[in-house]
Design a protein around this ligand. Sequence first.
Ligand code: 6PG
Length: 241
Amino acid sequence: MPLHVHAAPDAVLHGLAEYFVAQARAAIAGRGRFSVALSGGNSPKKLYELLAAAPYRAQVAWDKVYFFFGDERNVPPTDPESNYRMAREALLDPLDIADAQVFPVDTSLPPAAAAEAYTRTIQAFFAPEDAVFDLVLLGLGDNSHTASLFPHTPVLHDTSVGAREVFVEEKQAYRITLTAPLLNQARAVAFLVYGADKAAAVQQVMQGARNVEEFPAQLIAPAGELHWFLDMAAAAALPPA
Ligand code: 6PG
């Protein structure tokens, strides 16, 4: 489980941008395309802006990259809370990505129907192969949730390979999330976590006793590579390397 700890968030972002580019180039060279599930929230916005600018912009054949979402808020795509809107503003529009390469969750549907539709969308994209993302980007909440796999929610025990709706008590709102089995089928998973407020969650998820109810990110154990990109503040509770 490669751990990339950098002194400051900017160095973490460059480290992950270089990894993203390397994964994309290898996938495109080997299989003709690169499928990535984007994470939402605040942490990845600067990563997306970095990828859409020099030098990274020129290092990927972006017309061969296909964008999915690891989770989505149950809001319209124009809502400030929308992960799709954030990715469109920070990455997809600046790179002029064609709509045919982007697969947002259809949040115009009720949550359960949106999740079922997204499962079908993902399965259709990968058919007849299994749904194996080349890369899944994930963040980590200070309560150890990742994607929208929140503590003490039924989705933590969902064995399906797809997307599911989840009602998040603390937010009194629905989310749509990829399930842990689908995330774990990925060729590679990269967590991007920075900030002192995440140090306890990082330590619990990486070193704590297995307790997925409390620390859902412990469910992430991909068939492929698992990388953590952290700044020193988020890694502060880990033992020295
Ligand atoms: C979301 C994300 C979620 C996020 C964590 C961390 O939709 O909010 O997918 O899992 O990665 O909540 O969020 P921050 O990066 O904003 O701290």
